[in-house]
Design a protein around this ligand. Sequence first.
Ligand SMILES: Cc1ncc(COP(=O)(O)O)c(C=O)c1O
Length: 390
Amino acid sequence: MRRESTNAGAPGPKPVDVGHTGARDGGMDSLSVATAGPKEVGFQVKVERTRAPRPKPDSTDLGFGRYFTDHELEATHDGRAWSSARICPFGSTKSDVASGAVQYGLSVFEGLKVFKGADGVLRLFRADAHARRFAKSAEAFCMPPVPQEMFTAAVRALTREDASWHPGDPGSIYVRPTLFGSEEFLGVRPSHAHTFSVILSPVGSYFGAGARPLRLWAEKEYVRACVGGVGWVKTGGNYAASLRAAERARSRGFDQVLWLDAVHHEHVEEAGTMNVFVRVGDRVTTPPLGGSILAGITRDSSLTLLREWGIDVEEHALSLTEITEAAKAGKELEIWGTGTAAVVSSIGEVAWDGGSVKAESTTIATRLKNAITGIQTGREEDKYGWLSPV
Ligand SMILES: Cc1ncc(COP(=O)(O)O)c(C=O)c1O
């Protein structure tokens, strides 16, 4: 059984130890963070607390990505090494118009969540997997990867600082680590200076409470990504490039785009900002990670659980034609998307120029959503060591 991190009370690495000195009110503190485990890592964080804490939002009306906590974390890389990090008031990090990030899209990011258990303990979900994907994204753009230990120590330090912002279950804190080219320079080459930043957003449900199954427009003209490109990288350009098609889908009354492969415009790839799963009868299929698809952590968690439950699941290309024919043949059809923000979202209908298909069932999606949120909040056993205490 794969064990990537640890739950409270479970064997494995201990939580990050944060030593803490200094005054509470706007003074410069020094936090010393060390991760325990196979390698001891020293990670220094200076803390400059805000003098103007902001009012906290109503936890029943958070939505997604609308609010940010009092502080952010920042570390810089000068081409040779990472500086020590600092926690500072939210909004302190600069982004220069002459930077590679603004000019050439040299920017990669992650999105992970912190959950509060019934025991009141804050826990990160699959932080190590997010750290690994962040490092891979960095390498795709010739950026210095943030070491895994530094990534998790930084996320923990900031989350501890702003722990009072956690809205409690069913809400969570969405963590947004970003790495971007910050050298002032015009010209297409790797940046010689980078900034690693972490910000936190208390969030509720991505699609709102009691979300109905989504309606997707299968996009046959625009493509999100192609094999050999950077569809597998979590970078802003992929999202910027998706907006026009998403707006067109919305103007036609759909919630999101169902992205198709760039060559045949036929095989399903992703559902908006989610990985996609299709169940035809007893068999579940999700597209393989061929380079144009983001390797979703929720996709991976879902595959693990489906296999544990003995469900026939394969990573295989699946065409719109196959889906339509299965529906015409009267086979039970279920479609859903997976992602950190939305967790699991049922998809009730897919339409395109010349056709549409309805998927009425929500059985497996509901089971998966309950299982994943159950693990995240400690209601279900964390068999795979996906949680680690903040
Ligand atoms: C394009 C895209 N695909 C898939 C996902 C799902 O990935 P994860 O489950 O790691 O959040 C996301 C969300 O981040 C995404 O933006």
